[in-house]
Design a protein around this ligand. Structure first.
Ligand code: BES
Ligand code: ZN
Ligand code: MN
Length: 501
């Protein structure tokens, strides 16, 4: 199964002029609501006044006003397209954010499900954002459908992005690479726990890493035991499918450039262990490797885009199961590096495998460390289903949050109050893995992780418990299931570090 097909991204071509013959393609045109409350075609050096007039006339007749996320299909007889899809951006303005373009492109792609070829002028607003939105909006996951329910219509295969900017080609490649990385993370999250268990996950990480020339190291259960990875071993020992630790290295930097460590939680399924979860919605825990999937996709993307920095991903993988060999509430384990932890709740397993990975990653002396995980239900209570929480060292945490907001994943900075550490006191070990209090669960997890970060490393912990997995309806460029969050945040931070140190 390690060569599972997954999602095939469409091919993207850039052109500076409208094609003369467009076969069965649909033309995607962004529109905004003008002062007269009518839909107006936006940013369009490709269509002449007659074509614009024809489209706006059709939209007026259909009652389309260009509101955000509104799509309207129309026929424009003077144009060489089967039809036109107008996608609304909202009230007319001078400039549109990248995220507005990305969301409109995603909405358009979903409205055009079953269309094989599109030509878009959204790319004149922002090439990379338009390409990302189109690819991610057309994402589908059909690996486990037999002919009985396999989608009958073809997936989107060809995107022609119309753009006049000099950098359009580079930006289109960048957008394609970024969207493909997000789709890879989604594929991994959407693969069910029956088929994605630690050994299989590690093999897929290896295949992905080797395809772009990364150095790959994998520790199996014997190596983990011997190496003293007590957290990963402890969590993994309830399962018949043993744990792994995967390391993927992109050596793109020079002696002067910064080194970044990425870490992602790879619980391939979280039953809670002996502290078992209630049955309702337990199947959502197929997403408990969303952090790992995002980190793997991000380091692969860094290599593909040849970022001139070193990036090392350290990815612990385990299945959290109850069984006769499982760890018990009250057990004490020794984390990699020697800190002892009393496991008061086996459902707080993520922090145990992450602590080992953080200590291991810090041995490489990184300048920055970004860790991401579906760590706490408390993230959802505090911030809802679409807003990741970022904790860590103040300056770097704020940089990650600001960057995430700029690219539309919208992570929000949260504190790590010192007094919460008192709640993690154990009567027998250095630390307990949970506090006795019901409050600030997301922050308590962050405070636990902080104990394992080496001095001098600027670090950020991104809790994506809900944002990594959409259990609601589709919106923008996000469908149901795996979202690929926070691949774009992490990649944007890496790009920023490559540029500014
Ligand atoms: N994987 C869960 C967190 C989670 C919950 C992710 C909902 C996605 C959606 C994590 O391992 C967990 O069980 N956390 C516990 C921690 C508690 C025992 C301190 C939680 O949040 O309840
Ligand atoms: Zn978990
Ligand atoms: Mn858990």
């Amino acid at each position: 199964m390690s060569t599972a097909p997954g999602y095939q991204s469409p091919t993207v071509t850039v052109s500076a002029s409208l094609p003369k013959r467009a076969g069965g393609s649909v033309l995607i045109v962004p529109v905004a609501t003008g002062d007269d409350d009518q839909a107006r075609v936006v940013a369009n050096p490709f269509l002449d006044a007659a074509a614009v007039g024809e489209i706006e006339g059709a939209l007026k007749a259909l009652g389309a006003k260009g509101g955000a996320d509104q799509t309207t299909r129309a026929v424009a007889a003077s144009l060489p397209f089967a039809s036109v899809l107008a996608v609304g951006l909202g009230k007319a303005r001078e400039e549109w954010s990248q995220e507005a373009v990305r969301r409109a492109a995603g909405v358009a792609a979903r409205a055009l499900s079953g269309t094989e070829s599109v030509v878009t002028t959204l790319s004149e607003l922002d090439v990379a954002a338009a390409v990302e939105g189109l690819i991610l909006g057309s994402y589908r996951f059909a690996d486990f459908r037999s002919t009985k329910t396999a989608p009958k219509d073809a997936p989107l295969a060809k995107i022609t992005a119309l753009a006049t900017a000099k950098s359009a080609k580079t930006e289109a490649v960048r957008g394609t690479d970024v969207a493909t990385a997000v789709a890879t993370a989604r594929d991994l999250v959407n693969t069910p726990p029956s088929h994605l268990f630690p050994d299989e996950f590690a093999k897929r990480a290896r295949a992905l890493g080797e395809s772009v020339g990364l150095r790959v190291e994998i520790l199996d259960e014997k190596g983990l035991e011997k190496g003293g990875y007590g957290g990963i071993v402890g969590v993994g020992k309830g399962s018949s499918r043993p744990p792994r630790l995967v390391r993927l290295t992109h050596a793109g930097g020079s002696r002067k450039s910064k080194k970044v460590a990425l870490i992602g939680k790879g619980i391939t399924f979280d039953t809670g262990g002996i502290s078992i979860k209630p049955a309702a919605n337990m199947h959502h825990m197929t997403s408990d490797m969303g952090g790992a999937a995002a980190v793997i996709a991000t380091v692969v993307l860094a290599a593909k885009q040849q970022l001139p920095i070193d990036v090392v991903a350290t990815v612990p993988m385990a299945e959290n199961m109850p069984s006769a060999t499982a760890q018990r509430p009250g057990d004490v384990l020794t984390q990699y590096g020697g800190i002892t932890v009393e496991v008061l709740n086996t459902d707080a397993e993520g922090r145990l495998i992450l602590a080992d990975a953080i200590v291991r990653a810090c041995e490489d002396d990184p300048d920055y460390l970004i860790e991401t995980s579906t760590l706490t239900g408390a993230q959802t209570v505090a911030l809802g289903s679409r807003t990741p929480g970022v904790m860590g060292s103040d300056a770097f945490r704020d940089r990650v949050a600001t960057t995430s907001q700029a690219i539309g994943e919208n992570a929000w900075a949260m504190p790590l109050p010192d007094e919460l550490k008192d709640d993690l006191k154990s009567t027998v070990a250095d630390l307990a893995n949970v506090s006795g209090s019901r409050y600030a669960g997301m922050l308590v997890a962050g405070v636990f992780l902080r104990e394992f970060v080496a001095d001098g490393v600027q670090w950020a912990h991104i809790d994506v418990a809900a944002p990594a997995y959409n259990t609601g309806g589709p919106w923008g460029y996000t469908g149901k299931g795996g979202t690929g969050v926070p691949v774009r945040t992490m990649f944007a931070v890496l790009e920023d570090i490559a540029k500014n140190g």
